[in-house]
Design a protein around this ligand. Structure first.
Ligand code: CAA
Length: 310
């Protein structure tokens, strides 16, 4: 169990050997989701946790401003047990507070899955009392509150909680081999981490109802046709394409990015009138930033803008 974030030194991501950086809000340097002491070497292959690299590695070198978060339980198709979701929540909150991070990409270890859902072995023994007392599911709301953009890079299965996690992200880049679904009905239950709400908003009631009541999964192309995903790319290009998208976002004015993300998300939650009011207020507020003056001056002077993030 990871110690919850405490007030104290500002969360940082710490460079590690092999370009790996591990975020820990308590500054202890211990890998997230792990009881193993921090060492300057990659974790063993069977290590079950979340890995954070900032800046994200790519074939062209580190991607400035972009963090890569890997869900790493490949033996169980990256099933999301409570410890992994806790580690993920802490990692995302640390990245949200880190000025070096401007956009986040989440993916699953291995080629078979983004995440095949909540960990069924762990869920099987739960009772209403344990679920209520421990309330592990509240972490999903904390993930939604992260202000920086998050892109899910989905290869293979994104089922149940895995599909819900991808939909909690702001965008989904899907590989051709991606499979999305809410199969909980086949386990005698129903989605519990946002599936009934987010899938319905994403693809409409008629399609969501059919998927949720039958447990049918859909492939990347069908997901694209229904508006669930941002783009579909060749399977092996999934993470590079997500990093490229993240890099473009990381190159924009940081305060404007946070304000625009918040406004787009309000479109799903507020009435049109309230959403337009929220948008207008954020638009006016951005005129208090140095980046607004810089961005417009750079356009007039026909040069690239130099963002300050304030
Ligand atoms: N939880 C725990 N373990 C899982 C898992 C999960 N969600 N999904 C896969 N695994 C494990 C399997 O038990 C198996 O482990 P062993 O090798 O020890 O037997 C390993 O991962 C590989 O899986 P399979 O052998 O089953 O691989 P497959 O290719 O035959 O099938 C699959 C792949 C169709 C994804 C299948 O594994 C499957 O149906 N998984 C469950 C999907 C599911 O029902 N997800 C919803 C979970 S509930 C939920 O998410 C609730 C919520 O809203 C939060």
């Amino acid at each position: 169990m990871v110690t919850p974030a405490k007030p104290g030194p500002k969360p940082r991501t710490t460079p590690r050997a092999a370009g790996l950086a591990v975020a820990r809000p308590d500054g202890s340097g211990r890998p997230l989701g792990s009881k193993r002491p921090h060492v300057n070497e990659p974790p063993p292959a069977d290590h079950e946790t979340v890995h954070v690299t900032l800046p994200a590695p790519s074939a062209d070198g580190p991607v400035p401003g972009v963090a890569l978060v890997v869900l790493d339980r490949p033996k169980v198709l990256n099933a999301l047990d409570f410890a992994l979701i806790e580690a993920l929540t802490i990692a995302l909150e640390a990245l949200d507070a880190d000025p070096e991070c401007r956009c986040i990409v989440i993916t699953g270890a291995g080629e078979r899955a983004f995440a095949a859902g909540a960990d069924i072995a762990e869920l099987a023994v739960q009772t209403p009392t344990t679920l209520t007392v421990d309330d592990h599911f509240h972490r999903w709301e904390r993930i939604k509150r992260v202000r920086k953009p998050i892109i899910a890079a989905v290869r293979g299965y994104a089922l149940g909680g895995g599909c819900e996690l991808a939909m909690t992200c702001d965008m989904i880049v899907a590989g051709e081999d991606a499979q999305f679904g809410q199969p909980e009905i086949r386990l005698g239950v129903m989605p519990g981490a946002g599936g009934t709400q987010r899938l319905t908003r994403a693809i409409g009631k008629a399609r969501a109802m059919e998927m949720i009541l039958t447990g049918r999964t859909i492939g990347a192309r069908e997901a694209e046709a229904h508006g669930l995903v941002t783009s579909v790319v060749a399977s092996e290009a999934t993470v590079p394409a997500a990093l490229e998208l993240a890099s473009r976002i990381a190159g924009m004015a940081p305060v404007a990015v946070i304000a625009a993300k918040a406004a787009v998300n309000r479109a799903e939650e507020l009435s049109l009138e309230a959403g337009l009011e929220f948008e207008r207020r954020n638009f006016y507020l951005l005129f208090a930033t140095e980046d607004q003056r810089e961005g417009m001056a750079a356009f007039v002077e026909k040069r690239a803008a130099r963002w300050k993030g304030r």
